[in-house]
Design a protein around this ligand. Structure first.
Ligand code: KE4
Length: 432
């Protein structure tokens, strides 16, 4: 048994070695490389419900959840069936389908602020397109984001970016000409007075403010009371477009995302991850008069070969139709149980760290006290996080491999999974 385990255990390691010869860092997206936590990434062979199974044959309780999409659990049966059925009808047509219309109707039912929308294939495409539309609609060039926020890898957004960029400590990416970011201003998150000052000074130049309504890419950082409301009204007063990047929060914090939870109506919204049920599907949309600028109705060009792909939309629509109140009740119960358990484990082991949660996204910050901004998140003890992550992994818990990410709970996480996670976390904390 031991020998087989030893052999089996090398398969992720061997796959990683071989992949590194073919793909930069051996991965197709940087954060998967485990650079922030050391060791080699675990290659996944399959996933069901709350679990993933590695190429080494080991099962883990999963809190990466494909970085958010697996809200209903991996291999959600109705979604898998919908994709299988769609595949039988052909993989891609490059033509409009009724399915896209029904999907758009369902999105607008959940997001009343979206009066018109467009499907794209990734969150990056959604935010990049939304900003271009905001610039086209206002005739202005300046865009505002927030330090530590990540909105995908479009050139103009890789400024003080969070997620993988933050982890590597190179928030401004190589390869992005100064000209591409000279109109991008990055402000401190949750600092409304700083934003007010900017609008006083340059409000008439600002095309859009794009915000993660609950930050997830510096770790889970909720908006301070009044921050989002102030942001939206500053935009309205100045004729700028407010864009809620709900790629991560959409359908996770509520069926209608953060804007439902906080009762706000941004001018534009970007959705991704959950909205595609795990398939390459994202959305940008908003006020009709803004979206009518998009080609072929208007002068702002945006296109995509696989936009609204029938398999992706089948997965997305099936997922959106499964977002019942019972799902959110379960998500809240499981997430609250995990939060309480982790807080107790920290207390019992006397480890300095802060647990922050909104709905079914949560981060353990190795930081003394609340984290309300990137300036605070960046002070976290990354070494301690890394040691804790490695110890959790050894216990069969797949936690996001970066201090600057959120952990994602699914409706498939049972109390037994949560309790096992808390016990493992306690043992891992005790080793620090
Ligand atoms: P994608 O292009 O990766 O589909 O979406 C970009 C994006 C946009 N907006 C927000 C708020 C996001 O969180 C993301 C992507 N999130 C990361 C995880 N923090 C995806 C994981 C990865 O980069 O591999």
């Amino acid at each position: 048994m031991f020998f087989n385990t030893l052999l089996a255990m090398t398969s992720s390691e061997q796959l990683f070695k071989d992949s590194a010869l073919r793909m930069p860092g051996g991965v197709n997206s940087p954060v998967r490389a485990f650079r922030a936590v050391g060791g080699h990434p675990i290659f996944i062979a399959s996933a069901h419900g709350s679990k993933v199974t590695s190429a080494d044959g080991r099962e883990y309780i999963d809190y990466i959840g494909s970085w958010g999409p697996a809200l209903l659990g991996h291999a959600h049966a109705p979604t898998v069936k919908a994709v299988q059925a769609a595949a039988e009808r052909g993989l891609s047509y490059g033509a409009p389908t009724e399915l896209e219309l029904r999907f758009a109707e369902r999105v607008m039912e959940l997001y009343p602020s979206i009066q018109m929308m467009r499907c794209v294939s990734s969150g990056t495409e959604a935010t990049m397109s939304a900003l271009r539309v905001a610039r086209g609609f206002t005739g202005r060039d300046v865009i505002v984001k927030f330090n530590g926020a990540y909105h995908g890898h479009a050139d103009c957004l890789l400024v003080q970016a969070g997620s993988g960029a933050a982890t590597f400590g190179n928030p401004d990416s190589a390869g992005v000409p100064q000209a591409m970011v000279q109109n991008t201003l990055s402000m401190p998150y949750n600092d409304l007075s700083a934003l007010e000052g900017l609008f006083d000074e340059r409000g008439q130049e600002i095309a859009a403010v794009i915000v993660e309504p609950v930050a997830g890419n510096m770790g889970c950082v909720p908006p301070e009371p009044g921050f989002l409301e102030g942001l939206v009204s500053l935009c309205t007063d100045a004729g700028a477009v407010s864009i809620f990047d709900e790629v991560m929060t959409g359908c996770r914090l509520a069926a209608g995302g953060a804007q439902e939870r906080y009762k706000l109506k941004p001018d534009m919204t970007c959705l991704g991850k959950v909205v595609g049920g795990g398939m390459p599907l994202a959305v940008y949309g908003g006020r009709k008069e803004v979206m009518q600028c998009v080609a072929p109705s208007g002068p702002v060009y945006q296109a995509g070969t696989l936009s609204g792909n029938p398999l992706a939309v089948s997965a997305g629509l099936t997922t959106l139709n499964a977002l019942t109140p019972a799902v959110y009740a379960r998500l809240e119960a499981a997430s609250a149980r995990l939060e309480a358990g982790l807080k107790q484990a920290l207390q019992e082991t006397n480890v300095t760290a802060t647990v922050q949660r909104v709905g079914a996204m949560l981060t353990v910050f190795f930081h003394d006290g609340r984290v309300t901004s990137w300036e605070q998140a960046s002070q976290c003890d990354r070494e301690r996080f890394s040691a804790w992550h490695q110890a959790l992994l050894a216990e069969g818990i797949m936690w996001p491999p970066s201090q600057f990410e959120a952990a994602f709970i699914s409706a498939a996480h049972e109390d037994a999974d949560i309790d096992r996670t808390v016990q493992a976390a306690r043992r891992a904390l005790a080793k620090l």
